[in-house]
Ligand binder design. Structure first.
Ligand code: 4GO
Length: 231
């Protein structure tokens, strides 16, 4: 899986994306994250990437030319146009289901805006879909892009050592995950639920399924409703 990220802050990506799981996935050649500096594609000597909004208003807007040319540089020579995602508060809110879909793509281009936004013609012409990581506004699309890369990459076979653990994790089966415990069996007088020490795998599985249902009903009644409908 290849992510080409069009951004004004490529170094932020290199820092975060070479760490831990994503870093190891890149070393294994399972994931490739390229940060492309939009500013490298400006045409003027001041490397200008933004300008005042037509019609007035506060803040600056990212201009078309550097983004169009950065996009063309990334896509030239490709026989198919990769899916282009603009990280935006107006986008479809990212869910685990969407992450599973996206993890099946070979190549994604993520566009990170800054300032007050980007020229609408970029969205009309280049963007296939807008994705949001939640209903709040950020100063840039870089953090949302890193969130998307993280939750998509971990679904790619070989990226996580403990594969197959997806079926139980939160949101995978539409429910929240059961509680997790590790050694010691008692910490400052707080015991681990007996059932987990019993070695009865069938009973443990049953207990975990009940816990998932119970905590989803309590913490996320919306998901619980969905889950009951789907049954
Ligand atoms: N909720 C989000 O995923 C999100 C994405 C981008 C953003 N800000 C960017 C969008 C264009 C200029 C700054 N804010 C919020």
């Amino acid at each position: 899986m290849k992510f080409d990220v069009l951004t004004l802050f490529p170094e932020t990506f290199e820092l975060v994306m070479k760490e831990s799981i994503i870093g190891r996935a890149q070393e294994k050649g399972l994931v490739e994250v390229n940060a492309i500096d939009i500013r490298d594609y400006t045409k003027d000597k001041h490397r200008k990437v933004d300008d005042y909004p037509f019609g007035g208003g506060s803040g600056m807007v990212m201009m078309c030319q550097p983004v169009f040319d950065a996009f063309r540089a990334v896509t030239q020579g490709l026989d198919t146009k990769p899916r282009v995602i603009f990280m935006s508060p107006q986008g479809r809110v990212l869910t685990q289901k969407m992450a599973v879909e996206l993890s099946k793509e070979e190549h994604l281009i993520l566009l990170c805006g800054h300032y007050e936004g980007i020229d609408e013609r970029i969205i009309e012409e280049l963007v296939d879909e807008e994705i949001s990581i939640g209903d709040y506004v950020l100063t840039g699309g870089e953090l949302p892009a890193m969130v998307l890369i993280d939750c998509v990459s971990r679904l790619i076979p070989g990226v996580l050592s403990s594969e197959g653990s997806f079926s139980d994790e939160s949101h995978f089966n539409g429910l929240l995950e059961y509680p997790q415990y590790t050694r010691p069996a008692e910490y400052e007088g707080r015991p681990v639920p007996e059932i987990l020490l019993s070695g009865h795998h069938a009973n443990i599985q049953k207990w975990r399924a009940e816990q998932s249902l119970e905590r989803t009903r309590k913490k996320r009644p919306d998901l619980y409703e969905e889950y009951l409908k789907g049954k």
